[in-house]
Design a protein around this ligand. Structure first.
Ligand SMILES: [Zn+2]
Length: 294
């Protein structure tokens, strides 16, 4: 019987974040056999059930026997054990969007059939939390000292607003410029390495650039230059952003908050995790068999 191959490629890459977490099996076994004084066989049975938590994967409370950068390290940072003790868990986080929910459901149905290998989580998140986490990941991935950070952030914002499997092909030759266009069909269009976007999407890009640069560079730098909040809001109004997003306040701060709310509401509404334990279970078995046969 041939089992169908599982692939996350059916989901737009911009909606998937992958995290690799290493575990030291020497530390893990030692905990059960030395600290808890359990027989190797019992330790193995217990360890087979092990799944790191979300806080291990996102770095909030990554602790022994887990660590990052297992590919670069040659020895365990806790027990100095050699690399052959390392095993890797891969977490795939999907920020779900109606544009590809059908594909996501199908993939999850396939993953459910391999419950030994894949552990599935569906943690509770508000749309605002999902947006904040996305912004945080974008902030970490952005080099604010580089000349093209504005362009990179623009492309990521557009990918979030319009998730699609076509992006990889579109971006293969690179984007030279993001250009506001009132003639664009739909929200965006690519021509000769120029990415033309609607006033609504262009405004979203400026908003995200403004938010990031305010927190990272102590000022609101965007494609439109460095502007104060009042000037920035005037510029957005001139572009036709508020009209396009149906925001008609007369208070700049209120409009700004509403614009963020619109960006949040138009984005992903749910988070799904799949943790691949394939490498872990395989290495765990081989380590256990060597211990047993000794
Ligand atoms: Zn170790």
């Amino acid at each position: 019987m041939k089992s169908s191959e599982i692939s996350f490629d059916v989901i737009p890459a911009s909606a998937v974040s992958e995290t690799r977490l290493t575990i030291c099996l020497k530390c893990a076994f030692d905990f059960f056999t030395k600290q808890l004084q359990l027989a190797p066989r019992t330790a193995y049975t217990e360890l087979r059930k092990h799944v790191p938590e979300e806080s291990d994967f996102n770095g909030a409370s990554t602790a022994r026997p887990h660590f990052f950068d297992g590919d670069a390290l040659t020895h365990c940072p806790y027990c100095n054990g050699a690399k052959r003790w390392f095993a890797v868990f891969t977490a795939y986080r999907v920020d779900a969007h109606p544009a590809f929910e059908k594909e996501r459901k199908k993939l999850w149905a396939a993953l459910k059939k391999k419950e030994d290998r894949y552990t599935l989580w569906h943690p509770e998140r508000t749309q605002m939390q999902i947006f904040s986490e996305w912004l945080e990941r974008l902030k970490r991935a952005t080099d604010f000292a580089s000349d093209d950070w504005l362009l990179q952030v623009a492309v990521e914002t557009i990918k979030r607003a319009a998730p699609s499997n076509d992006w990889e092909e579109v971006l293969q030759s690179g984007v030279q410029r993001v250009q506001l266009s009132r003639q664009v069909e739909g929200d965006w269009q690519v021509e000769n390495r120029w990415l033309y976007v609607s006033p609504a999407l262009y405004g979203d890009v400026l908003m995200i650039q403004h938010l990031l640069s305010r927190s990272q560079l102590h000022g609101g730098l965007t494609f439109e230059g460095r502007l104060t909040l009042q000037e920035f809001m005037k510029r957005l109004r001139r572009i036709g952003y508020f009209e396009a997003r149906q925001i008609q306040g007369d208070d700049a701060y209120e409009d700004f908050e509403l614009a963020i709310q619109r960006i949040v509401d138009s984005g992903p509404a749910a988070v799904y995790y799949a943790v691949d334990r394939g490498d872990y279970l395989e290495k765990l078995k081989s380590v256990y068999e060597k211990k047993r046969d000794k």
